[in-house]
Design a protein around this ligand. Structure first.
Ligand SMILES: [Cu+2]
Length: 97
């Protein structure tokens, strides 16, 4: 009896936590494949384009790996906004799955 009560309380805590995260914005990280980078200044352009997207918190672009790692607030922006931003800067990108 006591054990099942603890389980019920634990479940309630988990459910309460899930509701909490649905209300508050979550910070997420996405990796974009940016294939069109051909020289060392390309990542600077890519980084600048992503940094201008409202909701993007940090950008790390690797020329060597041809990818951009973006930390963003998913209540303010979407991955589509980011791929559009890089495409507008001349560097089409896709989400790494
Ligand atoms: Cu370049």
């Amino acid at each position: 009896m006591v054990k099942s009560l603890f389980i019920a309380l634990g479940l309630a805590a988990v459910l309460a936590c899930c509701q909490c995260s649905a209300v508050h914005a979550a910070t997420r990280t996405v990796t974009l494949d940016v294939s069109g980078m051909t020289c060392v200044t390309c990542p600077i352009t890519v980084k600048k384009s992503l940094s201008r997207v409202v909701g993007v918190e940090s950008v790390d672009v690797s020329f060597k790996d041809k990818q951009a790692t973006v930390v963003f607030d998913d209540a303010k922006t979407t991955v589509e906004d980011m791929t559009r931003a890089t495409a507008n800067a001349g560097f089409p990108s896709t989400v790494r799955q």
